[in-house]
Design a protein around this ligand. Structure first.
Ligand SMILES: Nc1ncnc2c1ncn2[C@@H]1O[C@H](COP(=O)(O)OP(=O)(O)OP(=O)(O)O)[C@@H](O)[C@H]1O
Ligand SMILES: [Mg+2]
Length: 321
């Protein structure tokens, strides 16, 4: 089966903070390109996003254990009982592929406690989990052969060629053959989607805007912000007017600024001790911040942030007073 005849197109959004997938059946697409299905029932989901957390957990033998909120919860439980030290827990690891450095399949990355593991195994495990979750989901209501599926994996436009190639290798390792795989650029996927949606912020539907319309797509994620400038062409095609640009200016930077604020407030050694001895409480503070960050509104005056201080933080602080 050639890719253009695939019965199902499944796209994985492997994000720095959150990952998920969406899929579309050819018959639905021909009728309405915006008829897209997504996964709504992630295990242990906290309902923060349609995606699940990009976290992978491996046991002491480096065998895959869990992904997403499930992995986050399990690691938190292990940490609360201090059983986590020999496990391998990776979060926000997509950013390891960002930057000027050349990425190779031999690359090694460190888990949250600095324990090294082959990056390819970590990325493969994440993509494999998404693929298997998608297959289990679609097979509940649609008979489809593996060979009839086209997979799309999106990557930041500002990544190097070696990073994009690495993601292809990881997808291959996760059981997605090259002839069934399209690596798409995140802002381009967003731009194509914009061709079909009705936008509320412009006087007319974007879908009805004229050929020649030039526009900027700004994709602000957890890790990167990708900026693309496109022009609408005939036949639903788009033209890139400038090379994609951007940088590591995602929501993670806000979290990092909050962490630096905590360091200024309590001192670096206190936070280091907290991470080492009370990892559960440290994650709890950061998760609380994530929820509060989402509820902040620029229009509202009451933008006070209340930081709950766990007893362990005051314990660590006392040690250094
Ligand atoms: N309402 C909100 N206000 C502020 N930040 C938010 C809000 N909602 C989500 N975020 C932040 O957006 C980021 C997640 O966005 P998204 O899921 O698009 O990123 P991603 O796909 O994981 O990352 P990337 O595309 O960079 O790899 C997180 O940093 C999250 O804290
Ligand atoms: Mg993203």
């Amino acid at each position: 089966m050639s890719l253009s005849n695939a019965l199902v197109s499944a796209a994985f959004d492997f994000g720095t903070a959150y990952s998920g997938y969406a899929y579309s059946l050819r018959s639905d697409f021909n009728e309405d390109p915006t008829k897209i299905l997504t996964c709504e029932g992630w295990p242990a989901s906290k309902g923060l996003s349609m995606k699940t957390a990009t976290c992978v957990l491996f046991n002491e033998k480096q065998e895959f254990d869990s992904f997403g909120y499930e992995a986050e919860n399990k690691y938190m439980t292990l940490a609360s009982e201090h059983f986590h030290h020999n496990w391998f827990y990776f979060r926000r690891f997509k950013m390891e592929l960002y930057g000027e450095k050349s990425i190779t399949e031999k690359m090694v990355i460190e888990d949250v406690n600095g324990k090294p593991m082959k990056a390819l195994i970590v990325f493969q495990a994440a993509i494999k989990y998404l693929k298997e979750h998608f297959l289990a989901n679609i097979k509940k209501f649609q008979a489809v052969l593996d060979d009839e599926i086209q997979y799309v994996l999106t990557v930041p436009a500002i990544w190097s060629d070696s990073a994009k190639k690495f993601m292809r290798l990881a997808a291959n390792g996760a059981g997605i053959q090259d002839d069934h795989l399209v690596i798409a650029l995140e802002p381009e996927a967003a731009s194509i989607y914009c061709q079909h949606i009705k936008t509320e912020r412009v006087s007319t539907d974007f879908a009805k805007s004229i050929v020649g319309t030039k526009y900027v797509v700004v994709d602000i994620g957890g890790g990167t912000t990708d900026v693309a400038v496109h022009e609408k062409c005939l036949g639903g095609k788009i033209k890139e007017l400038f090379h994609a640009s951007g940088g590591n200016w995602g929501g993670n930077m806000v979290d990092e600024a909050f962490f630096q604020f905590l360091i200024r407030l309590f001192g670096g050694p206190v936070l280091a001790k907290m991470k080492k001895d009370y990892l559960f409480d440290y994650f709890d503070i950061m998760q609380d911040f994530e929820c509060q960050k989402r509820n902040l509104s620029l229009e509202r005056e009451d933008t006070n942030y209340i930081l709950r201080v766990p007893p362990s933080l005051s314990k660590c602080t006392k040690k250094y007073i």
